[in-house]
Design a protein around this ligand. Structure first.
Ligand SMILES: [Zn+2]
Length: 113
């Protein structure tokens, strides 16, 4: 399951960071989630609550920041953010986008105690 493995790596990053900081508890983890990453925030929180049990991240709140998709047009090279379901290039009207942003899932910051 995609979200489970993603959630495991979030937990690993958070625990490693908290250990380095000498923390005893993780309160909040802020994440940047790309529109094209296919990640559903509620699922990640659901898995996180399960796998973080008996770690210092138990009970931590996950905060998701939405990162919009960003495309580059293969015809003319223009980079653009698609407006909703219309993915055509605003410059030349072609529909040949490649994703250059919006696939990421990054741990942005961690609040510890
Ligand atoms: Zn174009």
């Amino acid at each position: 399951m995609h979200e489970l493995s993603v959630t495991q790596s979030i937990l690993e990053v958070a625990l490693a960071h908290a250990q380095r900081a000498g923390a005893t508890r993780i309160l909040r983890i802020s994440l940047a989630v790309g529109e094209l990453s296919g990640i559903v925030g509620e699922s990640v929180q659901f898995y996180f609550d399960i796998i973080s049990k008996e770690t210092m991240a138990e009970g931590a709140e996950l905060v998701f920041r939405h990162v919009p998709a960003r495309f580059r047009c293969l015809e003319c090279g223009t980079e653009y953010e698609p407006g909703g379901p219309d993915w055509t290039c605003p410059q030349c009207g072609a529909l040949r986008p490649i994703a250059v942003g919006g696939r990421e899932l990054l741990v942005e910051s961690i609040e510890v105690e």
